[in-house]
Design a protein around this ligand. Structure first.
Ligand SMILES: Cc1cc2nc3c(=O)[nH]c(=O)nc-3n(C[C@H](O)[C@H](O)[C@H](O)COP(=O)(O)OP(=O)(O)OC[C@H]3O[C@@H](n4cnc5c(N)ncnc54)[C@H](O)[C@@H]3O)c2cc1C
Length: 567
């Protein structure tokens, strides 16, 4: 098939730009570029996509705009004047902020529930103040002071949590601080021979890649929130990026880190490897601010790739696609980027794709009897001869599973628009839609059952006569033992009870995926939203072990008490 002109494959996903402007950090740290905004806020979805959504969802587009930022309700700060003075004495007056704008911009994260609340004018989760420490020493002193004062601390990186990680909930209802890490965002050492760099937690991906690129290096961690999220946030949530199949998840790229806690500072990790007892570094990764603040990271980097090959393939069925990926994984042949869309997501992505190339691609897939197939985007990066050899070894396996090549333009288009999809979310929410995502992972053996279970649960929870949700699913991370599943849910919003509508669906989907053998979360973390189920993942004794660690490091329970551990 010839390469296609003008093709825009982007998909659908979480996020939100306009609705989130009230909560996005305004002060892009000095030296860090402004993230891309909504590429074209006025543009509507392509007609074909609108028709598809209306037909599938029984949805009638209607105007449901968010309240104006000025109308968002914010309670007065509860931080006592003496506490504010003590914080200012420690950090400097200009690094303690209680103004409306600073507090609103650190209110909550970017989950559908966060955005719904904000759109309705509710900022009850806003911190009472925002503080900006500048070093490990200051952060450690800050935590000690907050433990004394009885003030809750919630580390704030990029504010992109989608699991309620920044809700600041506290059973004792104490005043809370957002600890903004944007002042701690520099690269402090580069050891090229050891492929190691030391960097502050507040640095964002684009700047990190820029400073590494100048030295011929790359990090390669590219989650869809890359423009906003920070390195500290990735570590605290055990994030996975779009190239994690090849370069590894974030937690695999951390060689060491510094964790400031109310009880002292921990230096964890000893590259290249150590057998000195259990790995305490693993306790800090995924700790979501509940044990303290990550103030420095030692990360594994690699040479910048000399070549990149991205391309699209089409499988006839989802089962063929899963079998093909499983086979590649088994023989260690998975590409660096692997993104297999199920038929529902493939159809929606092709309808949402722009340009004449998209029309040609749809026509070509129809002509080849693959209109209901599954699109696979794959990408290899590295030294040219290595990329060539890896691709040459993988292609016959794809073909054995009846995959047909649909060209580089599809892969390149996906790569070019890889961060664009979340910006669609505002427009969809403005028009009366529920838009949310959920994710899990399972072994290759359990994956089909988990896929079916989640879809059935969501259909039962969100379906009504004549109205079915759209459930677009893809595999985005492959392992020898299994793969992740990522579901984007679109449904006609219940305008009377929107929070309850999603809470019910999320509960049903979580129960279903756990029962079928999926993990509670593959890369979004536990946050506030998943903590009721943590014992199902690690067992009651596992929860007690985590509690004991928290009790030792944070005896007053001031470190992000609303996340991770169940009530
Ligand atoms: C549009 C969109 C796309 C996304 N795509 C992906 C994706 O592809 N892959 C993925 O893994 N996730 C994704 N996410 C989720 C989110 O981006 C990640 O969880 C990310 O790691 C959070 O980073 P952050 O800097 O924004 O952290 P925040 O949202 O600011 O914080 C997240 C949690 O970590 C804690 N925390 C933050 N910094 C520190 C620190 N220095 N020390 C201790 N605790 C800290 C916070 O208190 C909070 O509990 C996406 C989110 C959005 C909105």
């Amino acid at each position: 098939m010839p390469e296609q002109p003008e093709l825009t494959i982007q998909g659908w996903g979480p996020g939100g730009s306009r609705a989130a402007t009230a909560t996005a950090p305004e002060d892009v740290p000095e030296g860090q570029p402004e993230p891309a905004r909504d590429p074209d806020p006025a543009a509507a979805l392509p007609k074909a996509a609108r028709r598809h959504l209306a037909r599938e969802l029984g949805w009638e587009p209607r105007a449901t705009p968010p309240v104006a930022v000025g109308e968002i309700r914010l309670a007065p700060s509860r931080l006592p004047a003496e506490a504010r003075d003590a914080l200012a004495a420690l950090l400097g007056e200009e690094h303690v902020r209680t103004d409306r704008e600073a507090r609103l911009r650190r209110a909550g994260g970017k989950s559908y529930l966060d955005l719904l609340r904000r759109r309705e004018g509710d900022a009850s989760d806003a911190p009472d103040a925002v503080v900006l420490p500048g070093s490990t020493e200051e952060t450690a002193a800050l935590l000690g002071l907050c433990a004394e004062l009885g003030v809750v601390v919630v580390p704030f990186g990029g504010g992109t949590s989608v699991v309620g990680g920044l809700s600041g909930m506290d059973p004792d209802d104490r005043p809370s601080l957002a600890v903004d890490l944007s002042r701690m965002a520099s690269l402090t050492s580069v050891d090229v021979a050891s492929s190691l760099v030391t960097v502050g937690p507040g640095m964002r991906g684009p700047v990190f890649e820029e400073v590494l690129g100048a030295r011929g290096l790359t990090f390669g961690h590219l989650p869809q929130s890359w423009e906003y999220a920070t390195l500290g946030g990735y570590a605290a949530t055990r994030s996975a990026g779009q190239s994690s199949t090849g370069v590894g998840r974030f937690d695999e790229l951390v060689a060491g880190l510094t964790l400031a806690t109310p009880s002292g500072v921990l230096e964890l990790g000893h590259p290249p490897a150590s057998a000195a007892g259990p790995d305490l570094l693993g306790l800090a990764l995924g700790s979501e601010g509940a044990l303290g603040v990550i103030t420095e990271l030692r990360l594994r980097v690699r040479p910048a790739p000399q070549t990149r090959v991205y391309e699209g393939w089409s499988f006839r069925t989802w089962a063929d696609g899963l079998a093909g990926l499983q086979r590649l994984a088994r023989h260690d042949l998975l590409p660096d980027v692997v993104r297999l869309s199920d038929p529902e997501e493939t159809r929606a992505n092709l309808l949402n794709a722009g340009g004449t190339g998209a029309r040609l691609l749809r026509g070509s897939l129809r002509a080849r009897g693959r209109a209901d197939g599954c699109l696979l985007v794959v990408g290899w990066e590295g030294l040219p001869h290595v990329v060539r050899a890896r691709r040459r070894a993988a292609v016959p396996v794809l073909r054995e599973h009846r995959a047909a090549r649909v060209g580089r333009r599809v892969g390149e288009s996906w790569r070019a628009h890889r961060f664009a999809a979340p910006y669609l979310r505002d427009r969809l929410m403005d028009a009366g839609l529920l838009v949310e995502t959920l994710e899990t992972a399972a072994t290759w053996t359990a994956l089909p059952a988990v896929y079916d279970a989640v879809r059935t649960a969501l259909r039962n929870a969100l379906g009504r006569p004549g109205r079915q949700p759209l459930l677009m699913t893809h595999v985005s991370h492959g392992y020898a033992t299994g793969a992740s599943l990522y579901v984007t849910v679109l449904a006609d919003r219940d305008d009377d009870l929107p929070l309850q509508q999603w809470l019910g669906a999320k509960r049903a989907a979580t129960e279903a995926l756990l029962a079928a053998g999926g993990t509670l979360t593959h890369h979004h973390a536990v946050g506030a939203d998943h903590r009721p189920w943590l014992a199902r993942e690690v067992g009651p004794l596992g929860v007690e072990v985590l509690r004991a660690v928290k009790q030792r490091l944070d005896p007053q329970g001031v470190c992000n008490p609303g996340v991770l551990l169940p009530d």
